[in-house]
Design a binder for this molecule. Structure first.
Ligand SMILES: Cc1cc2nc3c(=O)[nH]c(=O)nc-3n(C[C@H](O)[C@H](O)[C@H](O)COP(=O)(O)OP(=O)(O)OC[C@H]3O[C@@H](n4cnc5c(N)ncnc54)[C@H](O)[C@@H]3O)c2cc1C
Ligand SMILES: NC(=O)c1ccc[n+]([C@@H]2O[C@H](COP(=O)([O-])OP(=O)(O)OC[C@H]3O[C@@H](n4cnc5c(N)ncnc54)[C@H](O)[C@@H]3O)[C@@H](O)[C@H]2O)c1
Length: 564
C-alpha cells in the first residue's frame, strides 16, 4: 500500500515499451458465421454492447443472406471477396464494421497489432480507469469536502500495482467485448499488417491477397514526439507508457497541456506527484473556450501541486541516467532563445498525436499524405496527389486528422457505410461533443466564443452568450459540487445553438443534450420547453436554454394533448 508520501517504485524495475507493430504472425483468420453466435460469446458491454439489440439481431439474419449471395444488400453476387475491407480494428474500424454488417455488407477487418487500437488499449479506456481512481482519491483526500458532508475517513492510500491492474484489466475486458461483438456478427477479423496494393486490392500478413468493393483506411495514430526529445519509456514517456502506471514519480514534467496532459495531471497529482506543465502557447489548455480554460485553471491547476511554464518549447529532453535526473531545456516559443533548464524525476510527452500510415501502400493509389494525414473530403473519400477522389477508398478516424476522438472515428465509419450502401451522408463535425475527464470534467460541442465571433463577423450575424452556474443547481449542491459553469453561444435572431461548453460535475454526460440538439437542428425556443427531472444536474442545461433571449417564435407545437 502506498501512502501519498511514500516513495515510488524503483525506476530500474520499469520494463521498456514494446514495439507498436510486432512482425505480423500468420495467425488463422478468426471467422464466425454460426447461426447463434451470441450463445458462445458473452454479451458485450457499454460502447460495444449493441450485439443483442433488435437491430443487431436483424443484422445477424441479414448476414446469413449475405454469405449466400456474397454481395451488398440485394444486388447481384459480388465479384469481390468482400463488399467492405477495413484496415485497422480500432474504434473507427469497429464502428464501421458493425454498421456494415447491419447493412448486409460482407465485411472483413484487418488488424496488424491488437484489436481495439489506441482507444481500448492505449487511450480512452485505460486512462478513464486511472481517472476513476484519481476521482475517488481526490474525494477521500478532501477534508473540507468530506466534513461538509458530515463524513470522516481515515487517511487515503493506494496500491500502485492494484491501480495499474484496474486499467489493464478494463482494457482487456473491453478488447474482448469488442472482438466478440465483431465475431458474433460475422465480421472476418484478419490478422496482419494491411497494405493497399491497388484499387480494390489489399494484402494482409505475409502474402494474403483479398479484393474488396470498398476499402476504409482506419489506421489511427501514435504519440507525436517533437525533435530533440529522447523517449526511453522509463523516465521520459508518452501516454502509451504512462497508462501502465509502472511508477509514480515524485516530480513529473508534463510537456503539453492539451487533453492528455490535463487528464494525466489529474491522475498524477491525486496519486501524490508534483507536476510541472511545459506549454508552447501563451496559456494553458489553449484548445478550450478561453473562459472555461480560465475557470479550469482556477480549479484544476492553481490549488493543486502544479506549476507551469507557458510560451516555451521543450527543445531538448534527456532521460535520467548515471544518477542524473531528467533534463529539460526550455526555449522561448517565439524568439527561440534559451529560457530555463528543468531537472525532474520524469517527463510525460503529451504534445499531440501523429497519424499512422506506415506500410499502408498509399503510393500504390497515388496518395500523398499531408503532414502525415490522409487527405479526405467531407465524405471521408480519399483524395489523391492530383486532387482527384480515389474511387472506393475512404479514410476515417485519427488517420485523417479531422477530429481525433474515438466517437468521431466511429461516426465517420458509419457515415461511410451509409454512403457505400446508397445513402448520401455528411457528418456534421460541429455536432460532435468532446470531453476531458478531469475532476470536475470539461465538455464542449461546436464553436468556442472567439470562433463563433469570427464566424458571425464573416457571415454577418450577431451572437449572444448565456451562462448558468452549478451553484444554482440543487443536485450539484447536494453533492457539494457547486463549482461549475455552463455556457452557450447562440444566435439570438433564430435560436441556433453555435456552441456549448460545460465545466463541472459530470460535464461529459451533460453535453449530449446540447450536441443532440445541434445534430438534429433543434432550436433554443423549442428545446427550452422540454421538461427535466428535478433535482438533476441536467437542470443546468434546462436553465441555460431558458435564460437565452431568442427573438424567434417556437417553430412547431412542442407538446400534443395526447392521452390527457
Ligand atoms: C491517452 C489517450 C486518451 C484518450 N482518451 C479519449 C477519450 O476519452 N475519448 C475519446 O473520444 N478519445 C480519446 N482518445 C483518442 C482516441 O483514442 C482516438 O481518437 C481513437 O482511438 C482513434 O480511433 P481510430 O480507429 O482512428 O484509430 P486507432 O484506435 O489508433 O486504431 C487504429 C488501428 O489500426 C491498426 N493499424 C495501423 N496500421 C495498420 C495496417 N497497415 N494494417 C493493419 N492494422 C493497422 C492499429 O494497430 C490500430 O489497432 C485518447 C487517446 C489517448 C492517446
Ligand atoms: N478525453 C479525450 O477525449 C481525450 C483524452 C486524451 C487524448 N485525446 C485525443 O488525443 C489527441 C492528442 O492529445 P494531446 O493532449 O497529446 O494533444 P493536444 O493537441 O490536445 O495538446 C498538445 C499540447 O501540446 C503543446 N505542445 C506541442 N508541442 C510542444 C512542445 N514542444 N513544447 C511544449 N508544448 C508543446 C500544444 O500547444 C498543445 O497545447 C487529442 O487530439 C485528443 O483529441 C482525447
Amino acid at each position: 500500500m502506498h501512502s501519498l508520501s511514500s516513495s515510488s517504485a524503483s525506476l530500474s524495475s520499469v520494463p521498456s515499451h514494446h514495439p507498436r507493430h510486432p512482425p505480423s504472425v500468420p495467425l488463422p483468420t478468426l471467422r464466425f458465421c454460426g447461426l447463434r453466435p451470441e450463445a458462445l460469446f458473452p454479451r458485450p458491454l457499454s460502447l460495444y454492447s449493441s450485439c443483442s439489440s433488435p437491430a443487431r439481431r436483424s443484422a445477424r439474419r441479414l448476414r446469413s443472406t449475405v454469405l449466400v449471395s456474397a454481395s451488398a444488400g440485394n444486388g447481384p453476387p459480388s465479384k469481390f471477396d468482400y463488399d467492405l475491407v477495413i484496415i485497422g480494428a480500432g474504434v473507427g474500424g469497429h464502428g464501421a464494421a458493425l454498421h456494415a454488417v447491419e447493412k448486409g455488407l460482407k465485411t472483413a477487418i484487418i488488424e496488424g497489432d491488437v484489436v481495439g487500437g489506441t482507444c481500448v488499449n492505449r487511450g480512452c479506456v485505460p486512462s478513464k480507469a486511472l481517472l476513476a481512481v484519481s476521482g475517488r482519491m481526490r474525494e477521500l483526500q478532501s477534508d473540507h469536502h468530506l466534513k461538509s458532508l458530515g463524513l470522516q475517513v481515515a487517511a487515503a492510500g493506494y496500491d500502485r500495482q492494484g491501480v495499474a491492474d484496474h486499467a489493464n484489466n478494463l482494457a482487456s475486458k473491453i478488447r474482448s467485448n469488442l472482438t466478440n461483438s465483431m465475431k458474433a456478427l460475422g465480421v472476418d477479423i484478419l490478422t496482419g499488417v494491411g497494405t493497399i496494393l491497388g484499387p480494390q486490392k489489399v494484402k494482409y500478413g505475409k502474402d494474403n491477397i483479398i479484393t474488396a468493393k470498398n476499402i476504409i483506411i482506419a489506421t489511427g495514430s501514435v504519440p507525436f514526439v517533437p525533435k530533440g526529445i529522447e523517449v526511453d519509456g522509463k523516465t521520459v514517456i508518452t501516454s502509451d507508457h504512462a497508462l501502465k502506471l509502472e511508477f509514480v514519480p515524485d516530480w513529473i514534467a508534463i510537456v503539453g497541456s492539451g487533453y492528455i496532459g490535463l487528464e494525466f495531471s489529474d491522475v498524477y497529482t491525486a496519486l501524490g506527484s508534483e507536476v510541472t506543465f511545459v506549454e508552447a502557447l501563451d496559456q494553458l489548455m489553449p484548445g478550450f473556450d478561453p473562459e472555461i480554460g480560465k475557470l479550469a485553471q482556477r480549479v484544476l491547476i492553481n490549488p493543486r501541486n502544479i506549476d507551469y511554464h507557458t510560451g516555451v518549447f521543450a527543445s531538448k529532453i534527456t532521460p535520467a541516467r548515471d544518477g542524473k535526473p531528467v533534463m529539460i531545456e526550455l526555449i522561448d516559443a517565439k524568439t527561440k532563445e534559451p529560457k530555463d533548464t528543468l531537472e525532474v524525476d520524469a517527463a510525460l510527452i503529451a504534445t499531440g498525436r501523429a497519424p499512422f500510415t506506415n506500410g499502408l501502400g498509399l503510393e500504390n493509389i497515388n496518395v500523398v499524405t499531408q503532414r502525415g494525414f490522409v487527405p479526405v473530403d467531407e465524405r471521408m473519400r480519399v483524395i489523391d496527389a492530383d486532387g482527384k477522389l480515389v474511387p472506393h477508398v475512404y479514410c476515417i478516424g485519427d488517420a485523417n486528422g479531422k477530429m481525433m476522438l474515438a466517437h468521431a472515428a466511429s461516426a465517420q465509419g458509419i457515415s461511410v457505410v451509409e454512403q457505400v450502401t446508397g445513402k448520401d451522408h455528411i457528418l456534421n463535425h460541429l455536432s460532435i461533443p468532446a470531453a476531458c475527464f478531469t475532476h470536475p470534467e470539461i465538455s464542449m460541442v461546436g464553436l468556442t466564443e472567439p470562433q463563433a465571433k469570427e464566424k458571425a463577423d464573416k457571415d454577418g450575424f450577431t451572437i449572444s452568450v448565456a451562462k448558468t452556474s452549478f451553484k444554482a443547481n440543487t443536485k450539484a449542491l447536494a453533492e457539494n459540487e457547486g463549482e461549475g459553469l455552463a455556457k452557450m453561444i447562440y444566435r439570438p435572431d433564430n435560436g441556433e445553438i453555435l456552441g456549448v461548453h460545460i465545466f463541472g460535475l459530470h460535464a461529459a454526460d451533460l453535453i449530449h443534450e446540447a450536441s443532440n440538439a445541434i445534430a438534429l437542428g433543434t432550436k433554443i425556443q423549442d428545446i427550452k420547453f422540454a421538461v427535466h427531472a428535478h433535482p438533476t444536474l441536467s437542470e443546468v442545461l434546462d436553465e441555460l436554454f431558458k435564460s437565452a433571449k431568442v427573438n424567434s417564435p417556437v417553430s412547431s407545437p412542442v407538446s400534443e394533448p395526447v392521452g390527457v
